[in-house]
Design a protein around this ligand. Structure first.
Ligand SMILES: Nc1nc2c(c(=O)[nH]1)N[C@H]1C(S)=C(S)[C@@H](COP(=O)(O)OP(=O)(O)OC[C@H]3O[C@@H](n4cnc5c(=O)[nH]c(N)nc54)[C@H](O)[C@@H]3O)O[C@H]1N2
Ligand SMILES: Nc1nc2c(c(=O)[nH]1)N[C@H]1C(S)=C(S)[C@@H](COP(=O)(O)OP(=O)(O)OC[C@H]3O[C@@H](n4cnc5c(=O)[nH]c(N)nc54)[C@H](O)[C@@H]3O)O[C@H]1N2
Ligand code: SF4
Ligand SMILES: [Mo]
Length: 733
């Protein structure tokens, strides 16, 4: 017996192979690198993950999502062939025919309804090369002005604010290691311990070095555990809170007058406008006592160095842009910027949320953070692309506005690459209905996402393990992602699909790339001299540690911004004046509670990927609603019960999670699920007029126990079952 076992073991070992694949986690903006070790033991593949100890950003750490990221890439539900919808079902079609059918439809729609009747919707998971090429494809191959991307929902408030204040939008103005040198840190609306978990040790080390950490969040989260002071603010009032801090600083005479006069504009106007704000009004609206405001302002000012970080908690509001500017005001007034341990960071969300917003997926933007409305910028990029500036379309509209244009029939066809808009847009049911009105919906994805279900054509792309390219992390460090796994089935890289579609449209010139690196070489030139200058970067130079942009010719990259000048025309930073904060009492009897939304550690965005990972979905397979025990009692709700949360636009059905970690007047739900569990059915489309970010962080709602009457409160009949069960296998097996 023993010998037989031994014999089989030896045979087994002879047939096993081990491959070590260098890669990076596809999820958040930390872009942690690792080796994925794939063991093939006869019929089974086993995977092990080894973090890269030499990674200068993650310092060799991975969070739970990184450890299980490969599970979605090897999931059997990956689409492996192009699919076309026929009589309501997907059928397999060859690539060539797929391209031909799509291109013919684009052409006939554009002949009938004009070039702008076709639109493109991109995403922040795409590599720099793909984001760049998607922008070029829209403007040069489709010649449409309509392109925007999911980063509009994410970084747009921070981006427009940083450009207005500093003249440049690089998420964090310093490298992460400087966090340890900050003696006071304000974390406003970020839950980084769940959203960028491997960044946490930088803050722990700061604390060890004596830093005071102030966290502003209406909930207790793993991040608030870092706090010396936790401010449980009323959602949507952070801008006012920041102005309140500034008022204390001004009234106490703590302004750094030399810095203000030498390096900034607009302080006097701001100082004037602050006079109209009263501490009583600030306290009433924010829920923060004046004493606490005084303590925080004085702590921040008296610290020798200091940094402020913001994230979606303060940005995803109708006032998101202004709020970020008010936080930046604090740094400018105290001179805490451009020096060691001093700076600003809006913590970027998606894996390539930073690079994805620099190279032309945005409605108003050309590569290198150039503006599509600026004649010199248009000339420069047109020249790189071999077209005339006059041929380049003008500025289009933002992501949610694209959907509105689809609804009114102005846009007839849409290409979605790297997003699941039916789950991630506000007013989700409207979005779903609008997409149904399209003559043609082309979705490029790895899975049949909620959006892909509605597609006429579903084109299968490669995953992060197979797709080489560069990503720009939250520090502004451009890093290289290896891709050592073979593409699955007939899947293609996003950039190959873009090139092939352009060719099918008859535009071969400018789209005949053979590798990601060839695209990067063109991107570099297109970005040269722009704000986001990548000209000095090569694949070779960034293979180990990456380089920070701006990185012009012969540069080693820019680690800390604004040491000597800001990037505005006059090299001075701009203070933002107070933009009318009226004292509005928005309590409402019919909708007595405030719902805010966000994330949890194990799931990522619309959940398409993480819901298909056993290690992540296992214990967390249902959407939930955090409710304070007192509120639960008031509404007769017990832990684990299904509840319906309803606003003026719609309802979602979620599982009650009763917890005292949240304020009594507030509810919280993550948005990682679709269909009836989609909290975005409840969010109305309130957009910040300055940057068009939706207000995902505040809506007034009512709360009821769910009674299964077999009727969808919003849409006919339904049954409650585990909606995470999937839809795919039968369609292509
Ligand atoms: N695990 C995980 N990690 C992720 C993601 C994910 O889906 N899952 N997504 C990535 C992406 S794209 C992004 S953009 C980032 C997002 O990262 P974060 O912005 O940190 O995440 P959120 O959970 O959206 O919001 C952060 C916090 O804001 C609080 N908040 C809500 N309303 C307010 C308010 O009015 N004021 C204040 N001060 N706080 C408020 C919430 O309670 C929440 O704890 O995370 C990235 N990392
Ligand atoms: N209620 C509420 N809603 C929100 C937010 C919130 O806080 N609250 N946050 C908003 C924010 S910050 C963001 S960033 C958005 C994001 O929301 P989405 O744009 O929907 O983002 P994902 O879920 O990442 O969608 C990515 C889709 O693309 C696919 N995909 C992944 N990688 C690739 C790739 O390389 N190529 C291609 N072609 N496809 C790929 C995935 O399978 C998935 O179906 O959601 C926003 N929506
Ligand atoms: S999710 Fe973010 S922090 Fe976690 S391993 Fe991936 S890149 Fe790193
Ligand atoms: Mo995001």
């Amino acid at each position: 017996m023993h010998n037989l076992v031994q014999y089989f073991r030896e045979k087994q070992l002879e047939k096993s192979t081990e491959a070590k694949l260098k890669t990076r986690c596809p999820y958040c903006s930390m872009q942690c690198s690792m080796d994925l070790i794939e063991e093939r033991v006869i019929t089974r593949n086993r995977f092990k993950v080894k973090p890269n100890k030499l990674d200068p950003t993650s310092e060799g750490r991975l969070c739970i999502k990184g450890n299980f990221a490969h599970e979605h890439a090897i999931n059997e539900q990956r689409i492996q062939y192009p699919l076309m919808k026929l009589d309501g079902d997907f059928v397999r079609v060859p690539w060539e025919l797929t391209y031909e059918m799509i291109a013919n439809r684009f052409k006939s729609l554009q002949e009938e309804y004009g070039k702008d009747s076709v639109a493109v919707y991109g995403g922040g998971s795409l590599t720099n090369e793909e984001a760049y090429l998607l922008g070029k494809f829209a403007r040069v191959a489709l010649k449409t002005k309509h392109i925007d991307y999911n980063g509009r929902f994410c970084m747009s408030a921070a981006a427009t604010a940083a450009v207005a204040s500093f003249g440049i939008d690089r998420g964090i103005t310093n490298e992460l290691s400087e966090i340890e040198g900050a003696k006071c840190i304000i974390l406003a609306g970020t839950n980084l311990a769940e959203c960028q978990p491997t960044i946490v040790p930088y803050f722990r080390r700061a604390k060890k070095n004596g830093a005071k950490i102030i966290v502003i969040d209406p909930r207790e989260t793993p991040t608030t555990k870092l706090a010396d002071i936790h401010v449980k603010i009323t959602p949507g009032t952070d801008g006012l809170f920041a102005l309140g801090l500034l008022k204390v600083i001004v009234e106490d005479g703590l302004v750094d007058a030399a810095f203000v006069s030498e390096r900034t504009n607009g302080f006097l106007q701001l100082e004037e406008s602050l006079r109209e704000l009263s501490f009583a009004a600030i306290t009433q609206l924010t829920g923060v006592a004046t004493d606490l405001l005084l303590e925080i302002a004085r702590t921040f000012c008296s610290a020798e160095t200091g940094m402020i970080f913001t994230a979606r908690g303060v940005e995803q509001h109708e006032t998101g842009h202004d709020t970020v500017r008010y936080f930046i005001n604090l740094l400018l007034a105290t001179g805490k910027i451009g020096k060691h341990g001093c700076g600003f960071g809006s913590i970027t969300g998606q894996g390539n949320g930073q690079g994805g917003r620099e190279h032309g997926q945005k409605a108003d933007q050309l590569p290198g953070y150039r503006s599509i409305e600026n004649e010199t910028d248009r000339e420069y990029v047109a020249n790189v692309w071999g077209v005339s500036a006059g041929e380049l379309p003008q500025k289009g509209v933002s992501a949610y506005e694209l959907i509105e244009k689809i609804d009114i029939g102005e846009i007839k066809a849409l290409v979605v690459m790297g997003s699941n808009p039916i789950v991630s847009n506000p007013n989700a049911q409207f979005v779903e209905q609008a997409l149904k009105k399209l003559d043609l919906l082309v979705v490029v994805d790895m899975f049949v996402s909620e959006t892909a279900r509605s597609a006429n054509f579903l084109l299968p792309c490669t995953s992060y393990l197979e797709d080489e390219g560069t990503m720009t992390n939250l520090e502004g460090r451009v890093v290289y992602r290896h891709a050592e796994r073979k593409p699955l089935g007939e899947t293609k890289h996003d950039w190959q699909i873009i090139c092939d579609l352009a060719e099918a449209l008859g535009v071969k010139q400018g789209f005949s790339f053979k590798s990601a690196e060839e695209i990067f070489d063109e991107l570099k030139v297109a970005s040269k001299g722009g704000v986001a200058d990548y000209y000095g970067i090569t694949y070779e130079k960034i293979k180990e540690k990456g380089l920070y942009w701006p990185c012009p010719e012969n540069s080693q990259g820019t680690r800390r911004l604004f040491e000597n000048e800001f990037m505005t025309k006059d090299q001075r930073a701009n203070f933002a004046p107070v933009q009318g904060f009226s004292v509005v009492d928005d309590r409402n009897k019919q909708f007595p509670l405030i719902l805010t939304t966000g994330r949890m550690i194990k799931h990522y965005l619309s959940g398409t990927q993480t819901r298909r990972s056993k290690g992540l979905n296992g214990q967390s397979s249902e959407a939930f609603l955090e409710i304070h025990p007192t509120t639960a009692k008031r509404f007769d709700i017990s832990d684990g019960q299904l509840v319906v949360v309803t606003s003026t636009v719609g309802s979602a059905i979620l599982k009650a999670k009763v917890t005292d970690k949240i304020r009594e007047d507030i509810l919280f739900a993550p948005f990682h699920w679709g269909d009836l569990q989609s909290v975005n059915r409840v969010l109305p489309p309130v957009l910040d007029p300055k940057c068009k970010i939706p207000q995902f962080k505040k809506v007034r709602v009512k709360l009821e126990v769910f009674i299964d009457s077999g009727t969808d409160p919003a849409r006919g009949s339904f049954r409650i079952n585990n909606r995470n069960a999937h839809y795919t296998n039968h369609i292509y097996n």
